[in-house]
Write a protein that binds this ligand. Sequence first.
Ligand SMILES: Nc1ncnc2c1ncn2[C@@H]1O[C@H](COP(=O)(O)OP(=O)(O)OP(=O)(O)O)[C@@H](O)[C@H]1O
Ligand SMILES: [Mg+2]
Length: 227
Amino acid sequence: MLEFRKVEARYGGFTALRDITLCVRPSERVAILGHNGAGKTTLLRCGMGDVDDLSGTIAYNGEEIVAGSVYRNARRGIGFVPQGHNVFRDLSVAQNLKIAGLLHDQAYVDEVYRLFPMLLERRAQIAGSLSGGQQQMLAVGMALMTRPSLLMLDEPTTGLAPIIVQDMFRSLLEINRCTGTAIVLVEQNIAAVLRIVERAIVLKTGGIIFDGPSAELARQEDLWRWF
Ligand SMILES: Nc1ncnc2c1ncn2[C@@H]1O[C@H](COP(=O)(O)OP(=O)(O)OP(=O)(O)O)[C@@H](O)[C@H]1O
Ligand SMILES: [Mg+2]
């Protein structure tokens, strides 16, 4: 569904990703791991069509993803939750969900409320007054309003208490099971995320050093040496 072939991404003279070949299949759950600056965010941005200077090819359902095509890719079914709480702070929960939909449909909103009952309870609350975890759930809910077949999330649990991290992971699993949406998520909570994904990709200074079953990575005794 999402395919990278020999992708190299650059910022000015700096090469942030090199020789990236990978494939994400429909309904798959994949974690992208790696140290700070390894290129994880850049990888997601490439998949969204948000990196200008790259070579190699990226395709989504067989159609090439070109730089600057973020809006079109959202229409084609790629959802993206960037790092940080990307909600409209001055609007209510319900208003945030409404403006996030490409085609507003109450049925989509109801589905988001079913996945995140907390958002239904707080639908009239101003988003800026939600807790960090609640804002992050709203950001995921907003991405779901575009009915993605692939959902990419950049560190959705950073700064959240462990119990909220578990809530977020449980919701992502539920989204994946109920809608078949493929999930690609960048994570620092490595041990926890390896329990909910099927596959993990580890980046080191812009290159892939592991791509395989998450259980295989979790079994590595020297796992921490990889990061
Ligand atoms: N807009 C930019 N201009 C120049 N260099 C950049 C830019 N964005 C990222 N980089 C560099 O590219 C490399 C990869 O950055 P990236 O943000 O993809 O890493 P990351 O794995 O997401 O890191 P983190 O875990 O800290 O979020 C880093 O060395 C970073 O400094
Ligand atoms: Mg990053």
